[in-house]
Write a protein of this length. Structure first.
Length: 253
């Protein structure tokens, strides 16, 4: 560093930013500016000040969002670790404890969501993945024949039509269940398989949203097995079969 630079560096006067100089009034030993000139000077400086404040506020907002996101990710990671190492290995011993109940209400981490749902619902019907593929083939045969009214019952055609309509309007903002979307065929297959497996229930509007959530967390065959067992529960069966008497019983509870 040169001698001149060292001298300048050691000066005790505070450094004044150029942005601060812009807002300084004319020195007292000089004549004041006329009002028009003063207003003309204040307009751009006021605009610059507002811009700086807006940018500073936006930066702070982004920093807070990043901090909150980091805390959330750390919380999810810690919760996932608890489920994987402490809850799932001992599921049949701890699934009814208060601790697990509280963890449920905090929300299941995405990594364990499908596994926990399958354990919680169970497979009382003893369904297999092979049955799912059989039901998918049967449903696809029905879809192919839907143009031949003489070969298909009206109720079956109504199920086919309702499934196609509901799949297209299932979580439309995600754009993943509509035609050409990655989950379109999977959703059609699972709903068609269930309607083929339970013709007494068939397809009921609303099933597509429930099935779509399952597909986001597990394979199609597992989604079919879980859906079938879930809708086999007395409460869900009453509502999806439109059993008015049983529905009122559950409403009263």
């Amino acid at each position: 560093m040169s001698l001149l630079a060292r001298k300048l560096f050691k000066r005790s006067e505070p450094v004044v930013l150029t942005t601060n100089l812009i807002f300084e009034n004319r020195p007292s030993n000089l004549p004041a500016k006329n009002p028009e000139e003063e207003q003309a000077r204040e307009k751009p400086t006021r605009k610059w000040s507002l811009l700086l404040n807006a940018r500073g506020a936006e930066l702070k907002k982004k920093q807070r969002a990043a901090e909150e996101r980091k805390k959330y990710e750390e919380s999810v990671a810690a919760c996932t670790n608890v489920w994987l190492k402490e809850i799932l290995p001992e599921w049949h011993l701890v699934n009814h404890t208060k601790r697990v109940h509280n963890l449920w209400w905090r929300g299941l981490p995405p990594k364990v969501r499908g596994t926990v749902w399958k354990l919680a619902v169970g497979n009382e019907l003893q369904l297999t993945k092979s049955l799912y593929y059989i039901m998918v083939d049967r449903a696809q045969d029905t879809l192919k024949c839907c143009k031949d009214n003489s070969r298909i019952k009206d109720e079956t055609m109504e199920n086919v039509r309702d499934i196609r309509l509901d799949v297209l309007r299932t979580f439309p903002n995600l754009c993943i269940f509509q035609e050409s979307g990655p989950y379109h065929e999977q959703l059609l297959n699972v709903l068609g398989a269930y309607a083929s497996y339970r013709p007494d229930v068939g397809y009921v509007q609303g099933m597509s949203f429930l099935t779509a959530v399952l597909l986001l967390n597990m394979e199609p065959a597992d989604a079919f097995i879980l859906l079938s067992n879930l809708l086999h529960q007395p409460c869900q069966r009453a509502f999806f079969r439109m059993d008015a008497d049983m529905m009122f019983v559950y409403f009263d509870v």
